[in-house]
Design a protein around this ligand. Structure first.
Ligand code: HEC
Ligand code: HEC
Ligand code: HEC
Ligand code: HEC
Ligand code: HEC
Length: 682
């Protein structure tokens, strides 16, 4: 019988640091260090850890932090050992450079903020408040088994605000499971603890800003069962755990396996750079395989010498790309070839140093500093807003336009993913020992999707593609209204039972301010798909826009019943009730919205309005104050955008949907055939 580790047997209780939200979690040690408890038994000798850190720049030997769990949970431990969670701390050069810069600028104590998510063990020991000795085992442990398996409470604001219960782990079957698997762990809310970031004034020195936030992006979408406005609804809902922790055969005989299967702890996502750096070919290949096909790409001629690239996320539970928007690089490479297969022109080319050509279409958001300059060093403290946001939602298609040379015979396009920019890698890898520096700089590139189209190819006749194209164009500016209508009408004729073309037409009408038309189309959509949330949402919106609040009440209430936990639905309900004269009802809806998202700008606003209506002025003022705090100030963003535009002429329109990129002619002095030879993996 294997005995429990003494480290696990120690009693350490977590207490919330009242009033100082930024320092959560704070651990109170009883007798011994909670840092050691969070790591489980530290198997490797500190001496061996130090030697490897000096040789490679980080420790990747025996899994620090799997502790004694690994004796019975061999599969889980092995999977976790290659995961990003294990390498989230000073054992990750791409993270280290950024946190060290932050510590230099803001002080050691301020970096507890980062540490609560990236290195809870170092926060727990208190070492985070001092210069870090990277050769110690603690900074070489990331998010360990005991961290996750002790979380008892998470704040919906995320930001690493969670509580852990470090009671000893009992051996007996029932109590073991109860201690290490609280029901919270099965919920996406659990992941929100670290996958939802808000940058408060104490970080930015200025306004509050939303940071990376996969949790709300998931919650607001149809993947979670919400997504009131979503034209497309997946057949089944999925949690974070379903996609990132799928069941996998337990080949090593894990004690917790059921029918030979175990929840994967590889936490596959998009990070190919970290496994590549370590030479972990399996995790790298699995990550690339996980990524491939997660967005689709289709090409359609939309005019003479003009091409539309239609993009849509497939099987993503939040925005694509997820995670950090400033360093994840996803782009479109579009190449025009002549009749002999020679490259005529290209967009999305790479320079010899790996950097992308300046006019490349990036699929992501672009955070900028106060002057509109892009954040290039993963320095969230300098972020002031977004210059553009071209990330894909889980289901809304997107169109990007390309102008190609007249002599084009064929066009090839690829959607490519690189985890970091080469410039950022140069920064992060600079002081690594030669043994690892080369691999750190060599960032893998994964091909997500590819498409080809010959000159003169006919318009598509596939209803699914016509719908994607039409819906994407409907979301663009009103100038494209007619272009959007044609494919949607065609799709409707080809597939009269499908509701999506009608919903696309409804969106288009709303964009054009044709509110009666929206109501008409909405009714037709509801006849095809009873209580379809998007049809109810469109109808409610149109009626509110037409100042017909009493009429909006009925679809709003139906939507509220259809999706009771959806924030878009609750915001519409609050508006319809409030404008219809039902202030108590509006307050009830706003309060429900704020339970789901305590930082909702719209929620605080609707609450403030309802409270004023009810004569509760002091409370209304307080709500207005919260609204101002979380409000995305349009004027500020416009100013930042201006700054960006002035500095990036080739990229000036990125914030406009359906903007145009012109392919850059291949230079005559370069061997043309060779230019198109780009390896597909790297
Ligand atoms: C002595 C062997 C042993 C050790 C050590 C051990 N476990 Fe377990 N664990 C088991 C067995 C057997 C099961 C399946 C039976 C059960 O659920 O209790 C299990 C089940 C689990 C489950 C699933 C519980 C459920 O209800 O579905 C989790 C989670 C878990 N262990 C986590 C851990 C963690 C984290 C550690 C290290 C702190 C650990 N275990 C250490 C033997 C062990
Ligand atoms: C990032 C958080 C996280 C880390 C780190 C983590 N786990 Fe888990 N683990 C989970 C979650 C979440 C579940 C439950 C998933 C669900 O219910 O869908 C789980 C489930 C399990 C299970 C039950 C598996 C099953 O198929 O039912 C075991 C056993 C387990 N973990 C052990 C470990 C061990 C051992 C480690 C360290 C080597 C570890 N975990 C690290 C989050 C984590
Ligand atoms: C205690 C904090 C914490 C919790 C809880 C947590 N994560 Fe993470 N997770 C992180 C950090 C930190 C990183 C990034 C590490 C890095 O890149 O340096 C990360 C990275 C990831 C990645 C990225 C992998 C990649 O390839 O880029 C995925 C996927 C992921 N987490 C999924 C989950 C899921 C699903 C849950 C809930 C079951 C969860 N995490 C819970 C802290 C956490
Ligand atoms: C329907 C499946 C699905 C669901 C549900 C889902 N994800 Fe993902 N996730 C993906 C895919 C596919 C990717 C890779 C493409 C991308 O980056 O969007 C990914 C990427 C990520 C990344 C890595 C980004 C990076 O840069 O490496 C993180 C972190 C993440 N997801 C966290 C979460 C969290 C937290 C949840 C729940 C709130 C969640 N995911 C729900 C499919 C899903
Ligand atoms: C609420 C939790 C949380 C906080 C707080 C947080 N991060 Fe992260 N960070 C994450 C997650 C999750 C990822 C993974 C997203 C991805 O893979 O795109 C990440 C990714 C990163 C990365 C990209 C490196 C990599 O390997 O993916 C850097 C650099 C980084 N964080 C730096 C910081 C710094 C510096 C701070 C403090 C100023 C900080 N983070 C605060 C959760 C957090």
């Amino acid at each position: 019988m294997i005995s429990w580790s003494s480290a696990l047997a120690l009693a350490a209780a977590a207490v919330a640091a009242a009033g100082d939200k930024n320092s959560l979690p704070r651990f109170e040690a009883h007798g011994r260090e909670p840092g050691a408890a969070l790591m489980g038994v530290s198997r490797p000798e500190p001496r061996d850890v130090a030697a490897e850190v000096r040789r490679r720049g980080f420790y990747a030997g025996d899994a620090i932090g799997a502790g004694d769990c690994s004796t019975c949970h061999e599969d889980v431990a092995a999977q976790w050992a290659g995961s990003v969670h294990r390498f989230s701390s000073f054992n990750n050069p791409y993270y280290r450079v950024s946190v060290e810069e932050f510590r230099k600028e803001k002080g050691f104590v301020a970096s507890r903020f980062c540490g609560n998510c990236h290195e809870p063990t170092v926060v727990a020991t208190g070492a985070i408040d001092n210069p870090i000795d990277r050769t110690r085992p603690e900074p070489q442990a990331g998010v360990t088994c005991v961290v996750c398996h002790s979380v008892t409470h998470v704040d919906l604001e995320g930001n690493g605000r969670y509580l852990v219960d470090l009671r000893p782990v009992p051996t007996e079957k029932g109590p073991h499971g109860a201690r290490v698997r609280p029901p919270l762990m099965a919920e996406p809310r659990f992941c929100a603890a670290c996958h939802k970031v808000g940058l408060g004034p104490e970080i930015t020195g200025e306004r509050w800003l939303r940071g990376q936030n996969d949790y709300d992006a998931w919650h607001i979408s149809a993947v979670s069962g919400n997504g009131a406005g979503s034209v497309f609804r997946p057949p089944a809902t999925q949690r974070c755990q379903d996609c990132h922790m799928p069941l996998e055969p337990a080949v090593k005989g894990d004690a917790a396996a059921k029918n030979g299967m175990i929840r994967s702890h590889r936490f596959l996502g998009a990070n190919t750079a970290l496994p590549h750096l370590r030479g972990d070919a399996e995790q790298e290949a699995r990550t690339a395989a996980f990524l491939r096909g997660k967005a689709s790409l289709s090409l359609i001629w939309s005019g003479r010498d003009r091409l539309d690239a239609v993009l849509r996320a497939r099987g993503v539970g939040h925005r694509f790309p997820g995670g950090t928007m400033d360093s994840n690089e996803v782009w479109l490479e579009v190449t025009a070839l002549d009749g002999a297969g020679r490259v005529l022109a290209r967009s999305g080319d790479r320079r010899p140093d790996g950097a992308l050509a300046p006019d490349t279409h990036l699929v992501r958001a672009q955070p900028v500093d106060g002057t509109g300059r892009p954040l290039l060093r993963r320095d969230p403290q300098h972020m002031r807003g977004m210059a553009f946001d071209a990330a894909l939602t889980p289901s809304d298609p997107q169109v990007v336009r390309y102008l190609v040379p007249a002599a084009t015979a064929r066009v090839k396009a690829r959607l490519l993913y690189r985890k970091f920019t080469p410039a950022y890698a140069r920064l992060a890898c600079a002081d690594l020992p030669p043994a690892t520096r080369g691999r750190c700089l060599d960032l893998p590139i994964v091909e997500i999707a590819a498409a080809e189209l010959a000159a003169g190819a006919a318009a598509p006749d596939d209803p699914a593609l016509l719908i994607d194209w039409g819906v994407a164009l409907a979301d663009a500016t009103a100038d494209h209204a007619d272009e959007a209508r044609a494919p949607l009408e065609r799709a409707r004729a080809l597939a009269p039972k499908k509701v999506e073309p009608l919903l696309g037409l409804g969106r288009l009408a709303l964009r054009l301010g044709q509110t009666d038309e929206v109501v008409r189309v909405g009714a037709a959509a509801l006849a095809l798909a009873p209580e379809h949330p998007a049809a109810l949402a469109l109808t409610t919106r149109a009626l509110l826009e037409a100042y017909r609040a009493p009429a909006a009440r009925s679809p709003a209430e139906r939507l509220g019943r259809r999706l009771p936990g959806d924030r878009t639905a609750l915001a519409l309900l609050a508006r319809a009730r409030g404008l219809g004269g039902d202030a108590p009802g509006a307050l009830e809806a706003a309060d429900r919205l704020l339970v789901i998202d305590p930082e909702s700008e719209e929620g605080h606003y609707q609450r403030a309005v309802a409270l004023r209506e009810l004569g509760r002025d002091a409370e209304s003022e307080a709500a207005l104050h919260r609204y101002d705090f979380h409000r995305v100030a349009v004027e500020t963003d416009l100013k930042l955008r201006e700054g960006w535009r002035a500095q990036h002429p080739g990229h000036a329109d990125e914030s406009e949907p359906c903007h145009v990129h012109r392919l850059v002619e291949a230079r005559a002095d370069q061997p043309r055939g060779r230019r198109s030879r780009v390896p597909s993996q790297r």
